[in-house]
Design a protein around this ligand. Sequence first.
Ligand SMILES: C[S@@+](CC[C@H](N)C(=O)[O-])C[C@H]1O[C@@H](n2cnc3c(N)ncnc32)[C@H](O)[C@@H]1O
Length: 272
Amino acid sequence: MRPFLKWPGNKYRIVNYIKAKLPNGNRLIEPFVGSGSVFLNTNYNEYLLADNNEDLINLYITLQKEGENFISFCRSFFIPDNNTKEKYYYYRRLFNITKDPRLKSALLIYLNRHGYNGLVRYNKNGVYNVPFGKYKRPYFPEAEMHYFWYKSQKAIFIRGDFKDIMAKTCRGDVIYCDPPYVPLSNTSNFTNYSTGGFTLKHQHELTKLALKLSNQDIPVLISNHDTKLTRLIYKNADITRIKVQRYISCNGAKRTKVNEILAFFKGKGSGF
Ligand SMILES: C[S@@+](CC[C@H](N)C(=O)[O-])C[C@H]1O[C@@H](n2cnc3c(N)ncnc32)[C@H](O)[C@@H]1O
């Protein structure tokens, strides 16, 4: 099943490769859940799903609690009258100022489907600033929301940093990490580069945590771009390269092809 949100870096296209590498376990933990492609397409008994995007987690919690009521409320924004530049910017402003979590959650879906190219972007003051998308007939993801709601009954959603979430793990858990991608520029620039605040330091911290947990028999799978840097960072893991090249724009107009990598830090002696 497809996620109901369009999310940058979503793993829907490679979910079968990810599933093939994920071991069995009782609970799947996703510290970077995004739109939840892996959650939606796996079958664990329990899920701990986290992200540091507060709007995203509030939306999931609202949908989980309210189901059909909330889906109807979201549907009410998908009318032709609301598919204009003026209405889009009105609702974007409302999204940025409202203190009502239910309204904010519904508006996130409206903005996600009416905004430019499925972008999700905030400025450094936390203001959502994606421009109008000019779609003819924005799609309301009703079936996708229903399925998410149904599956969410097995899940706990937490807003938090990956380090805090990974500290909540125990034996029997399986962890899938899909951090923001490493940049595709020259290795020498990497230390200062950050993607949405996620720096090379964070990529290293994540790898260290994965190693530590795998030494405690908790397997961790990480996905990222396949680059010289990621092959180096993940050198202690079992590496799978996935040849599903995507065109990624880097340095403005320049577009380049890139593959994906899966790094599996398996539980020591656990039979995983
Ligand atoms: C590549 S996306 C995950 C995509 C997801 N696997 C999917 O299929 O949609 C990375 C996610 O990490 C979240 N994120 C960024 N920095 C984080 C941090 N320090 N701790 C937790 N989540 C973070 C972002 O909000 C984003 O949703």
